[in-house]
Structures are given as structure tokens and as C-alpha cells.
Ligand binder design. Sequence first.
Ligand SMILES: [Zn+2]
Length: 268
Amino acid sequence: MITFRTFASGSSGNASLLELDRSDGGVDRYLFDVGISPRRLTGQLEELDLGWSDLTGVLPSHFDRDHVHLNMPKTLAAHQVPTILERGQQKEAGQVGIHGSLMRFHEGILDLSSETKLQTVRVPHDEHVCCAFVVEHRDLKFALATDLGNVPKAFLDLAAGADLLAIESNHCPDLLASSGRPAFLIDRISGSHGHLSNQQCVAAVQAISTKQSPNAVVLLHLSAECNHPHAIENLWREHLPHLMPNLHIALRNETTGPFRPGREASLF
Ligand SMILES: [Zn+2]
């Protein structure tokens, strides 16, 4: 079994937890992004009867502060939690203070265990080396992509048939255009190295779910000002009506989930 939860999602902080049941009865636990304060994350782990020693590793998509909180490197070091990263992210990881002795490198593919394979794809986001993730655990597939200006075909191919899919649905282009933000910022957000629009997200989900529908699609990193669940709902009703029962929006500041393959729940 695999279980996914988000702890926070959006420009004020991102963190989520993937739990993988092993055949020996143990559980591997990975945090995808750690962009909230250690104190807050400690509290949200405690709500699940978990502590830092239960964590197997941390996988940041990139090293912006909303993905690796200012105080997180110290906490990760105190609890000896390794950070798993692409070799090309080493410099940025070092700059935010991740300890070199706790960095575990890969080149886009890594066996996390004998039962679990990680693959990453670089996605375009500002000047960062930003990664999207696909985790295959036994016969189940989990995919996560956030903070990307467009979705590379390599990710669509790898994520195809995912049982659980977490993907950015950052903004509604109309709300962004009328937000009153400066033009350079609008251009950055909507550009090819910015953030995924609701429409881009729908197109990606369509491509990923052609052969098999995910049991849950969790939308990440919604803009507080330039998005609205109604805009998303209208779009999905038009383009992905059969997936509406599987659609969920990650809450900005609260735990959302758990999501598991086969779990039935509906947002709308
Ligand atoms: Zn972000």
C-alpha cells in the first residue's frame, strides 16, 4: 500500500508525506518538500503519531524557501534525516544549508529499496534545477510535480498510469491577468519557467490518465489570489468529468488526505 498526505501547499509553504508499506511489515516514509517550519511539521507528524526518527528521507523539488524552510536544514541534521537529490541540485542544497554528509545523490533514477524505484525529471522553473518525481512501489505508482512552467513529455510518459497523482494547478489565467500584479510578475508566473495554469494541469492529467485513471488527483500550489476552486471545477467538468470524484485540492495550511489507491472520496 502507499499513502499520501499534504501538510501544506502554496507559495507560503509546501510539504507532503508519502508512506510505503514494505513486505517485511515496516514502513518507509519520505517527505516531498519541507517548506514549513520544523515546529509546525513536528506537530503535523505528531498528529499521525510520527516523529523525525520515522522519516526515511526528504526529497525537495527545489530549494526555494517555500520548499525548504529556512530552519529545516538544522532540524534535518539534528535528526540525521538524509536529503535525496539530483546531483545537479548539490550547489543549491549547500547554499540553503543542507549538510553535505546527509546528501544522497542520484542521476534521475534511484532504487530507494528493493521494492521501490524513484525516477525524477527536471522541470522548468525559474533558474532552479527543479525535479518532478515518480515513485514505483511494488505494483503501485505515485507521481508528483510542482513548480513548473510546463510539463515535459518525459514526465507525462513516466507518470502515465499513476495510481496517485499530485500536480500543480497554480493559477487561472483570467484571474492572473486581472490581478493587478505588475506585468513582469504576470509574465514570470505564466511563462514557460513559471507555474502551471489550471488548463496546463488538466492537459497533463488527461495525458497521464489516458490508459488508467488515478484513484486520486491532488492539486498542489494553488495561488491564493489568482485561482479559485470554482474555476478548477468548471474546467474539470468540461474536460475530465469522469475524474471529478477523484479530484482533491491540497489545503494551504492544513493536512489534506490521506489518499490511497482505491480510496473513494469526492471534493465536489
Ligand atoms: Zn513554490
